[in-house]
Design a protein around this ligand. Sequence first.
Ligand code: HEM
Ligand code: HEM
Length: 456
Amino acid sequence: MEIDTGMEQEINKAAIAFSLTSALWFALATSMGMVAAGYLIAPDFMANIGWLQFGRIRPIHVNLVLFGFVTPGLLAAAFYYVPKLGRTQLFSQKLGVYNAILWNITIAIGVVTLSAGYTQGREYAELIWPVDMLIVINFALVIVNLVMTVRSRKEPILYVSIWYALAAVVLTATTYCLGNVIWKPSSGALVGIQDAILLWFYGHNIFGLLLTPLSLGVAYYVIPKVTRNPLYSHSLSLVGFWGLLVVYTHIGTHHLLQVPVPTWLKVISIVDSVAMVIPVMVFLINIWYTVKGKVGEIHADVAGKFVFAGTIFYFFVNIQGSMMALPQVQRVTHFNNWVVGHAHLGVLAFAGMTALGGMYYVLPKISGKPLYSHFLADLQYWLVLIGSGGFTVVLTIVGLIQGNAWLNGETVYRVLPAIQIYYVLRVAIGFLILSGAYIGLYNIVRTIFFNPGAKA
Ligand code: HEM
Ligand code: HEM
């Protein structure tokens, strides 16, 4: 009888290349996060080094976590599960590997240009036009590889993970072009309010149409596999998919509630932000019912643990986000660290942990080698889990102090001494996440290249 070792015959070089990409930039992104956090404690920190200033390091950190760490990590899993679910091979391993190489070159150019001061100055759309074009080409290559794989499938039924993976890359390639106004290379922007509306349509869709669907695709694949339970309901999975597309696409204006955008647009964004509870709960009910009775299996599997923790954080980020879209709540939470806390809860605790879980699940299968160290993967899980929770608590407290002080007419500088200690705490907690990122990089590189447990 053949024993299931969790490994498979064919080496999936494309998925390996994307896993390495994600692990590498995770380490560098958190390093940049630490520098940025250092500045907020000691603004004179490295004061004379132009390319290391806060205004340059912050967008580098944010672009690296989005496009360097989380997206490639989630894509690595998609490069594995899309062919697997279609009972076919990936359309082209070579294309996937070249895609990953180009992806890394793109990110590296992005970092160098941002640190040299070349920016279009719009949040989440800072990268200059040539880098924007490279990003679009990268997504186009992913689309070709995944769509051609799906075309050659032998399994007629498309499982929901494939829907999510394809929707994410196709829709992001489109909204990226729109949000970065790529038909205006010099500014990458429209003017005035129209620009703000377009930017935030795109900005929130980086989370809503890229990170969220890719993460849900991974969760829908990994959770039934790890628990060895069938998915609770395929119908619910599609209700959640279409619900997400309908509701998430136009909530971006909730970033602009304090701005003179048309009221009808604000109303749509608020109503749909609250309605986000529907697709999120549909997903969570489906996944948590699938886990029912098998929590032990989840706990015993590091990939399952990462992904399951991601689903719990998804619950919290949704409840928090829906509340933050209410104007009365936003009077306190807008323009302060509450939002930064929400951002780390969403991008790190939900999407980042899901990406790590997806990678740990596919790693032995795509490389044909056992994971180098389960202990290190487990250690990374606890470091990232405690770090994410810690960030959320600390940044939420800072946000509440800032928000209430400003609401009561206090000046900004008089609030700074009160929040200094929390900024120090953020750096301390940041060390946990930083260590987790480097441990993960080591573990993934050892698994792929220097693995004594592997068969020759
Ligand atoms: C699911 C329902 C969600 C809702 C209703 C929601 C709502 C919101 C709102 C209202 C804001 C703006 C806050 C302000 O400027 O005052 C915001 C910001 C943000 N959200 Fe969410 N959110 C949700 C989920 C997520 C998820 C899943 C992620 C990440 C994957 C995420 C990432 C972010 C980020 C990064 C920001 C900060 C944007 C900035 O730089 O200003 N959100 N969200
Ligand atoms: C060592 C760990 C980390 C530290 C110390 C750190 C620190 C920071 C700092 C200082 C900022 C700027 C906040 C501000 O402008 O007030 C920031 C922003 C941000 N970070 Fe991190 N970070 C870390 C890890 C991560 C990770 C792993 C992710 C995602 C996977 C992430 C996602 C983000 C996002 C999305 C923003 C933008 C927030 C916004 O615009 O509201 N960070 N981070």
